[in-house]
Structures are given as structure tokens and as C-alpha cells.
Ligand binder design. Structure first.
Ligand SMILES: Nc1ncnc2c1ncn2[C@@H]1O[C@H](COP(=O)(O)OP(=O)(O)OP(=O)(O)O)[C@@H](O)[C@H]1O
Ligand SMILES: [Mg+2]
Length: 251
């Protein structure tokens, strides 16, 4: 969709991500609009994210970053336009098929970790299996959960409760939970927002490693140092996606 005529001319963010013919992009968004009762938050987003990218979204508070991330992840179906994830138009999927796509192929990481305090780290990581339509057997699921905890460096804390962990460790457990089913894409909403600089940097380093191992990542952030880790940085302004003026990705 073309930007509205009262918008400044900006480079087309899609140009940064030309997709060779035959490749199915991870995410394709066309003409995405989202309206809440007090107005339109997304006003015609066009976006292609290729497999293997680590895309950062910036934008001032209230610009619609979380709203967009929720739509990309199939958490919010109330939009106009088209959103395809891994080649599937989300609007054409039944609720059950969408839930399965989310469960198996998308990982979510949030600022506030959202761990269940009465469960061990291992059981927190196993949670997506509890919600799976075709859950793995306990032994196989535990093997995967241990592999995910090992990946984030916390295998030895598997029996700890979240209350016994630091903020950075809690976020690592949340990342391990998101990795349980080895998703193709990880959607992260300000994942370092509750962490100090040092701990936040360790989480960023982990994301960069996961991305180098092939995981596609979309990362909402306010923090320039997180933005520096991205392979492409975009900003939401006036309900449209534009390349940011002030931050340049270093990778
Ligand atoms: N469920 C909702 N109902 C009504 N309005 C909403 C809802 N969710 C978000 N909004 C509005 O949509 C706009 C965008 O919100 P969103 O949470 O996506 O912003 P954001 O860019 O993530 O902000 P922040 O950086 O503070 O997290 C805001 O004006 C917000 O008030
Ligand atoms: Mg937000």
C-alpha cells in the first residue's frame, strides 16, 4: 500500500529485504491497518522479513510496536490487510490451526518474563508442551526442555523456582521456554527492559548467537545497544514503518 499523501516520502523498508524468487519469507505484511476505539494505530504497514534476519523495531511509546508484534504472532486477529507467517495467511487459519502455528513455530519473549512462580525452571520450559495439540511424551519433552535450558546456560538451575533466580536468569528461562519446540521465529517485546546494562547485554549476545544459528528474530526495543545488534532496524512513526533516522545497525 502506498503511504498516504500527507506522509513524508521515506525509503520503502521492503527494499532492504528483497526476496529471491522461490524463497518463502518468514513474515509478509501488506497494507496492515489496526484501529482501536480511540483511533488508528497502524495505518498501512508493508513489511517483508526474510528467514535469518534479526529485525529491530523502535518507535516512541504508544507508536504501536507491541500491537504490531501481537498481530505478527497471531495473538490479535482484529486487523485489516494481510499478514502471512511462514507462507500462511493468518486470516485463513482456524483458531485451532493458528494456535498450533503459534505453539510450534513462534516463540514469544516479553519484558516481564511471565514465568509461573510455583513451577520449577524445567516445568516452566515445559509449559508449551502442556498447551500443545499433540504434546510430546514426558521423556522427549524433558529432553527438549533440558536442551533449551542448556542452550541458555541454565541446565544446572532446572530445579530452581523463578524466585531463586536473577532477572537475567529469569529471562533466560523465558527464552528457553520460547525455544522448546525449536521455532522458526522469535518475537521479543522489550526483552531487556527490566534488566541492568550488563545483564541486558548478555541477553542481547544470546539473541545474536541464536540468530547466527538460523533463528529469525523480531525485536521491539527502546534501547540503542539492542538496536545495534540487529541486522535491520525499522521504526514506527505515524502508524507507518520507516527506517529510523538516528540509529544505524552495526551488523
Ligand atoms: N487493547 C487496547 N485497547 C485500546 N487501545 C489500545 C489497546 N492496546 C493498545 N492500545 C493503544 O494503541 C496504541 C499503541 O499501543 P502499543 O502498546 O502498541 O504501543 P507501544 O509502541 O508498544 O508502546 P510502548 O513503547 O510504551 O510499549 C496506544 O495509543 C495504546 O493506548
Ligand atoms: Mg509496547
Amino acid at each position: 500500500m502506498e503511504p498516504e499523501s500527507n506522509q513524508p516520502a521515506v525509503p520503502d523498508p521492503r527494499a532492504a529485504s528483497e526476496v529471491p524468487s522461490g524463497e518463502t519469507p518468514c513474515i509478509v505484511v501488506t497494507g496492515l491497518r489496526k484501529r482501536f476505539s480511540d483511533g488508528e494505530v497502524l495505518r498501512g504497514i508493508d513489511l517483508v522479513i526474510r528467514r535469518g534476519e534479526l529485525v529491530g523495531f523502535t518507535g516512541r511509546s504508544g507508536s504501536g510496536k507491541s500491537t504490531l508484534l501481537h498481530i505478527l504472532g497471531g495473538l490479535d486477529r482484529g486487523y485489516e490487510g494481510k499478514v502471512s507467517l511462514l507462507g500462511q495467511d493468518l486470516a485463513t487459519l482456524s483458531d485451532r490451526a493458528l494456535a498450533n502455528l503459534r505453539n510450534r513455530h513462534i516463540g514469544f519473549v516479553f519484558q516481564a518474563f511471565h514465568l509461573l512462580t510455583h513451577l520449577s525452571c524445567l516445568d516452566n520450559v515445559l509449559l508449551p508442551n502442556a498447551f500443545a495439540q499433540e504434546p510430546l511424551g514426558r521423556m522427549q519433552a524433558e529432553e527438549r526442555a533440558m536442551a533449551a535450558l542448556t542452550r541458555v546456560g541454565l541446565a544446572d538451575r532446572r530445579h530452581s523456582r523463578p524466585s531463586e533466580l536473577s532477572g537475567g536468569q529469569k529471562q533466560r528461562v523465558a527464552i528457553a521456554r520460547a525455544l522448546l519446540f525449536q521455532p522458526e521465529v522469535l518475537l521479543c517485546d522489550e526483552p531487556t527492559g527490566n534488566l541492568d546494562d550488563f545483564t541486558g547485554q548478555q541477553i542481547i549476545d544470546l539473541f545474536v548467537e541464536l540468530n547466527r544459528d538460523g533463528l529469525t528474530m523480531v525485536l521491539v526495543t527502546h534501547e540503542p545497544r539492542v538496536a545495534q545488534a540487529t541486522t535491520r532496524l525499522l521504526s514506527l512513526q505515524n502508524g507507518l514503518m520507516v527506517p529510523p533516522q538516528s540509529l544505524e545497525p552495526s551488523r
